[in-house]
Write a protein that binds this ligand. Structure first.
Ligand code: GTP
Ligand code: SPV
Ligand code: MN
Length: 584
C-alpha cells in the first residue's frame, strides 16, 4: 500500500462513491497472480486451457457486445472544445465528471475494488510515468500485470510527495451495456474514467488512454512525443545496427513488422523488437531516442501463424491470456489463419458449437493475445535502456488497396510530416464500426491524439526544428491490390526487402528516383533476389498512377479543409508543392 497521501485520498474517494465489498491493493506478485487466476476460473472470467498444449495460458470470452475499442464513445474532456480539436469527441469536464459519478455511484457493490499501481516506461527512464488504475475487473488486473511493470516498483517511484505527477485511472464494468459505455480523458487533471466495457483498449488504461491520449498531451507540453509506433532494431551481418519506428493504424501490421524474421536470402541480418504498439520519443543531442513504455503485447490473433509470424507464435505458446479465440475439444486454442487444418469441431469465441462448415468465424476478427514481452525470442537487448534507442528512420503506413506505392521517402522532415498528416487507411476490426472504409488517420493517431490535431501537427514541425540529425521519413503500403483483388506484395518476412532499402537510404547507399511524391526505389534498387514475384507486379506496386494521385490530392485538401483552419501553413504549403510537382 502506498504512503502517498494523494493516492490514499483518491482511493478513499472512489471507494466511497462505488461502495465495493472490499479493497484489494495489487502488488503484482506471483502469489497474487495465482490467486486471481484461481478466482477467475471459479467465476468463469477465465477458461482453463490444456496446460500441456498452452502452459499457464487461459481463454477469456468477452461480452459479444464488447469486442473492440469504441471511438464514438471516447471523449477528450478539455475545458474548451478547441483544445480537443476537430478530430476528437469533446465533452465538458464538469458535466462529464457529474455524469460519470452518477454512473459510478454504488457500481462496485458486492464487488472487489482493485488498485493497480504501475509504471509505463523502463524503470530508469526520464520519460517513465506512474499510473494507478482502480478497477472492478480481475481480467483487467491479470492483463495489466502482463502489459505494464506493476506493483511495488510504481509505489517506490511515486514516493510520498503529494504533488508528484501520476495518472488517475478509474474503470468499472458497470453492467457492460453499450448505452452506458464511455471512455473519458481529462488531460488537464491527468485522469481517465472508463465505464461499461471490459475490452482491452477501453479498459487497460495504461495503453491507449495513458500512453497515447494523455501521453500525447503531456508530450506536447513537456517537449517529447507519444506515438502509435512500433520500434525495431535491424542489424547487418557486419554488426551495424539501426533502429526504426513505424506508425501503422490499428491492425495494419505493427506487431508483425516488429517481429519480422528476414528471409533466407538475408543471411546474417537480424531484426529485434523494442516495442510493437507505442513509442515514446525524446530529443538527445539533436537526435530522437525511443522507448517502449509497455511490458507486454496485446496483439491481433487471427492470421498469426508459423508462416506469417513465428516469433509471435513462440511468444504466445505459454503464459498468455487469449481473448475471444476458439476453443478446441482438446482444450487448445484455434483461430482463422493458424497453421494446420481447422479442427473438425470447436467452440467459437462466443462458446457456440463450430465446424469448418459454419458461416460464422471461429475466432473474433479482433481476438487478441496478451503476452509478456519477455516471451519474444527476438526481444531487443536494449529494451530496458532508459535513454531509449536512437531512431534512424520513421515509417508511416496504412492499408491502401490502390494509389500508394510499396515504399517511398520524403524529401525532408516537413515533407515527412505531411506524409504522416495525410496518411489514410482502410478501417479494421480493432474499432467497432464499418470495416474496409478508407479514412484519413494522421500518423495513425486519429483515435489516440489527446488534443487539437492542428497543434499536434505543429508539435511535429517544432520537434523537427530541434533535431540536428532527424530520422529520414518513409511511407509504406504492404496492402496494394491488383486487378483480381489479390495483394501484390507478399508481405510479412519479405518486408525485409523494403526495410533493407530504408536502411540503405539511411546509410546513403540506396538508389532512388525523384518522383512528385518523394524518392521512389526503382525495381533494381530493391533487393528482390530469390523472391518469386512477377516483374510486372513489381512495376505495379512501385508505380504512381497520375489519375489516382489527382484524386488523392483532392482528398488531402478535403481532409485539411474538414479540420477547419487548424492545419499549420507549412503543411498547406507542402500540399501546394506536391500539386506543383505533378505539373512539372
Ligand atoms: P494493433 O495491435 O491493432 O495496433 O495492430 P498491428 O498494427 O500490430 O497489426 P498486426 O501486426 O497485428 O497485423 C494485423 C493484421 O494484418 C493481421 O491479420 C496480420 O496477419 C496482417 N498483416 C500484417 N502484416 C502484413 C503484411 O505484410 N501483409 C499482409 N497482407 N497482411 C499483413
Ligand atoms: C489498437 O487498436 O491500436 C490496439 C488494440 O493496439 S487496443 O489496445 O484495443 O487499442
Ligand atoms: Mn495499436
Amino acid at each position: 500500500m502506498p504512503q502517498n497521501q494523494s493516492v490514499l485520498d483518491w482511493v478513499r474517494e472512489i471507494a466511497a462513491l462505488t461502495q465495493p465489498e472490499n479493497i484489494f491493493w495489487c502488488d503484482g506478485s506471483e502469489r497474487e497472480n495465482e490467486f486471481l487466476i484461481e478466482e477467475s476460473l471459479k467465476q468463469n472470467v477465465l477458461i482453463e486451457l490444456n496446460q500441456k498444449k498452452v502452459p499457464r495460458s487461459y481463454l477469456h470470452r468477452s461480452n459479444p457486445n464488447d469486442v473492440a475499442r469504441v471511438e464514438q464513445f471516447t471523449f477528450v474532456c478539455t475545458p474548451t472544445k478547441e483544445e480537443a480539436g476537430p478530430t476528437n469527441n469533446w465533452s465538458e469536464p464538469k458535466e462529464t465528471y457529474a455524469k460519470l459519478r452518477g454512473l459510478l455511484k454504488g457500481a462496485m457493490r458486492g464487488r472487489t475494488l482493485f488498485v493497480i499501481p504501475y509504471i509505463m516506461g523502463p524503470p530508469d527512464s526520464p520519460l517513465t510515468k506512474v499510473g494507478f488504475e482502480i478497477t472492478d475487473s480481475k481480467y483487467v488486473v491479470l492483463n495489466m500485470r502482463i502489459m505494464t511493470r506493476m506493483g511495488e516498483i510504481a509505489v517506490k517511484r511515486l514516493g510520498d510527495d503529494p504533488n508528484a505527477e501520476w495518472n488517475r485511472g478509474v474503470h468499472s464494468l458497470l453492467d457492460v451495456n453499450p448505452e452506458r459505455r464511455f471512455i473519458c480523458h481529462f488531460p488537464q487533471d491527468n485522469a481517465i474514467i472508463s465505464v461499461g466495457s471490459g475490452y482491452g483498449g477501453n479498459v487497460l488504461l495504461s495503453k491507449k488512454c495513458l500512453a497515447l491520449r494523455i501521453g500525447s498531451y503531456l508530450a506536447r507540453t513537456q517537449g517529447w512525443m507519444a506515438e502509435h509506433m512500433l520500434i525495431l532494431g535491424v542489424e547487418s551481418p557486419e554488426g551495424k545496427k539501426h533502429y526504426v519506428a513505424a506508425a501503422f493504424p490499428s491492425a495494419c501490421g505493427k506487431t508483425n513488422f516488429a517481429m519480422l524474421i528476414p528471409p533466407k536470402h538475408f543471411k546474417g541480418w537480424k531484426v529485434t523488437t523494442v516495442g510493437d504498439d507505442i513509442g515514446w520519443m525524446q530529443i538527445r543531442d539533436g537526435q530522437l531516442y525511443a522507448v517502449n513504455p509497455e511490458n507486454g503485447y496485446f496483439g491481433v490473433v487471427p492470421g498469426t501463424s508459423c508462416k506469417s509470424n513465428p516469433n509471435a507464435m513462440k511468444s504466445i505458446a505459454n503464459d498468455t491470456i487469449y481473448t475471444n479465440v476458439a476453443l478446441t475439444d482438446d482444450g487448445d486454442v484455434w483461430w482463422e489463419g493458424k497453421d494446420g487444418a481447422p479442427p473438425a469441431h470447436a467452440f467459437d469465441w462466443r462458446g457456440n458449437d463450430w465446424t469448418p462448415d459454419s458461416k460464422e468465424k471461429a475466432a473474433h476478427p479482433n481476438s487478441r493475445f496478451t503476452t509478456p514481452m519477455r516471451n519474444n525470442p527476438a526481444l531487443d537487448p536494449d529494451v530496458e535502456k532508459g535513454e531509449g534507442v536512437p531512431i534512424s528512420a520513421i515509417i508511416f503506413g496504412g492499408r491502401r488497396s490502390d494509389t500508394v506505392p510499396l515504399v517511398y521517402q520524403a524529401f525532408d522532415w516537413n515533407h515527412g510530416v505531411y506524409l504522416g498528416a495525410t496518411m489514410a487507411s482502410e478501417t479494421t476490426a480493432a474499432a467497432a464500426g464499418t470495416v474496409g472504409k478508407v479514412r484519413r488517420d494522421p500518423m495513425a493517431m486519429l483515435p489516440f491524439c489527446g488534443y487539437n490535431i492542428g497543434q499536434y501537427f505543429q508539435h511535429w514541425l517544432d520537434i523537427g526544428k530541434r533535431l540536428s540529425s532527424p530520422p529520414l521519413i518513409f511511407n509504406v503500403n504492404w496492402f496494394r491490390k491488383g486487378v483480381k483483388s489479390q495483394f501484390l506484395w507478399p508481405g510479412f518476412g519479405e518486408n525485409m526487402r523494403v526495410l533493407k532499402w530504408i536502411i540503405d537510404r539511411c546509410e546513403g547507399t540506396g538508389g532512388a528516383l525523384k518522383s512528385p511524391i518523394g524518392w521512389l526505389p526503382s525495381p533494381h534498387d530493391l533487393d528482390l533476389a530469390e523472391l518469386d514475384i512477377d516483374h510486372k507486379c513489381v512495376a505495379e506496386i512501385l508505380g504512381i498512377d497520375h489519375e489516382e494521385w489527382a484524386k488523392e490530392l483532392a482528398e488531402h485538401k478535403i481532409f485539411f479543409d474538414s479540420l477547419g483552419g487548424v492545419v499549420p501553413k507549412q503543411l498547406l504549403d507542402q500540399r501546394e508543392q506536391l500539386a506543383a510537382r505533378f505539373k512539372e
